[in-house]
Design a protein around this ligand. Sequence first.
Ligand SMILES: C[S@@+](CC[C@H](N)C(=O)[O-])C[C@H]1O[C@@H](n2cnc3c(N)ncnc32)[C@H](O)[C@@H]1O
Length: 205
Amino acid sequence: MRGRFKSWAPSLLEEHPEKGVAGKEDPFFALSPDLEIGGGKGMFAIRMARKGRAILSLERDVSSAGTFLKRLLALEEEGEPLPIRILRKDFDDAGDVLEGHLFPRIYLNFSDPWPKKRHEKRRLTFHERLLRISSYLAPGGEIRFKSDQEPLYLFTLEECGKAGLPILLAEEDYSLDEEEDAMSEYEESFRREGRKIYRIIIGRN
Ligand SMILES: C[S@@+](CC[C@H](N)C(=O)[O-])C[C@H]1O[C@@H](n2cnc3c(N)ncnc32)[C@H](O)[C@@H]1O
């Protein structure tokens, strides 16, 4: 699900290391941030930060991460600095920064569905990866998954079983919890089209 390559994005990201995290010891971790995996262009993190949450957002695509950073910088310029950091990495390669940290919430919003059976290991909620994701949850922490894809929703419920992770909530027609949640870019456009949104909240084992 890749948009057009933005040639300015790599240099913008390089010019702003302060909007990323400089390794495990970065002082940003003292804010007890939530972790978002696949933050896209950042609207979800921005909206959640406005509700008082600090967010570390992983985004592997350089163009999306660049657009996200551009938004953060513009907001800062307008006098709205937000507690958000962007880590331009794939979750599978982010252990060097994440290891040793525990997050109160981990968000998986509209993860790439990888619909072909032969690609199921690539899905973020493949049980081995889901278990690794859950190893970064603080006690009482939650993985919060949303998708418009019923097959990915059903697959994720099954993978929770394989990983031995408790399903705290599963709903097939989620109407937004305005207090504790916010819409991502994808969610906004799917809701506009009248599509159903599936949600799962997963605990730690
Ligand atoms: C379908 S988009 C959804 C974007 C956003 N979460 C939203 O709901 O609007 C999925 C995003 O996750 C990113 N992504 C997918 N797998 C990832 C991974 N393993 N690590 C980091 N980012 C990932 C993709 O680059 C893409 O920007």
